[in-house]
Design a binder for this molecule. Structure first.
Ligand SMILES: Nc1ncnc2c1ncn2[C@@H]1O[C@H](COP(=O)(O)OP(=O)(O)OP(=O)(O)O)[C@@H](O)[C@H]1O
Length: 246
């Protein structure tokens, strides 16, 4: 069983940047996508998450083909079933941080607003940032804002969380805390797919998909090592990167 699957996915800009990608991700996996700059990592993430459409090929979320949906259905699917965490959280400046979190919940309009607010408050508490609820973006640190971004990504209880360098703008200790949160979310059963250059991010996952020139060059299972056995994982990832000249 797969939660995300691609079939012969290609993407052309001026030139072809993805060449027939076949990838299958199982529910609950924590996958990182690595590779040299320009290898197509972000492009693949955008196609997997329905943020962009391929030149040819298919993407499936469970039994649903994303690539067969029109823009309105795709937007609705992204809102309800997928979560996104970017390098910068891009929060709305005119809203409180709590209101930034609840907004996608209100847009989904599946349940009473009080229930959405209660879930936002539970997420704030879980990520230890309850005190930020009534502040705005000017009144929190980068790491705190990234936690708000994660709460927002989780508000509609997505099946998959996608991240593009989600710790790229943070110092290493804050980044480690954010990665702990991704680990906990994954432990709860949410599938995670992160693009990263950073081996310290890759070791948090249980699978590394390495892209080179728009093709999957390596697909490595780190699950044989316990998650806390980061040294072994780091050696694997570093060896992989060295092999590919990264
Ligand atoms: N919107 C676009 N229009 C034209 N070319 C693009 C566009 N987006 C990406 N590309 C090109 O596609 C190729 C892959 O880009 P992509 O951003 O997916 O790579 P990446 O591996 O994520 O790179 P990086 O690690 O530098 O972020 C690059 O050659 C890039 O210039």
């Amino acid at each position: 069983m797969t939660i995300l699957r691609t079939r012969e996915l290609t993407k052309d800009y001026q030139a072809r940047v993805l060449h027939g990608i076949d990838l299958a991700i199982e529910p609950g996996q924590f996958v990182t996508i690595m590779g040299p700059s320009g290898s197509g990592k972000s492009t693949l993430l955008h196609l997997l998450s329905g943020m962009d459409t391929p030149t040819s090929g298919q993407v499936f979320l469970g039994d649903d083909e994303l690539t067969a949906l029109g823009e309105a259905d795709l937007t609705d699917l992204r809102l309800r079933r997928l979560g996104f965490v970017f390098q910068e959280p891009h929060l709305l400046r005119t809203l409180t941080l709590r209101d930034n979190i609840v907004l996608p919940g209100f847009l989904a309009d599946d349940e009473p607003r009080e229930a959405v607010v209660a879930r936002a408050d539970a997420l704030l508490e879980r990520l230890s940032i309850t005190e930020l609820a009534d502040r705005d973006v000017t009144q929190a640190s980068g790491g705190q804002l990234q936690r708000i971004g994660i709460c927002r990504a989780l508000i509609n209880t997505p099946e998959v969380i996608f991240g593009d360098e989600p710790t790229g703008a943070l110092n290493s200790s804050t980044a480690a805390q954010i990665l702990d949160i991704f680990g906990e979310v994954n432990q709860d059963g949410t599938t995670i797919v992160l693009v990263t250059h950073d081996p310290q991010v890759a070791v948090r996952g249980d699978r590394v998909v390495m892209l080179v020139d728009g093709r999957i060059a390596e697909d490595v299972d780190l699950g044989q090592y316990a998650p806390e056995d980061r040294t072994e994982r780091l050696q694997q990832v570093s060896a992989l990167m060295a092999t590919r000249g990264i």
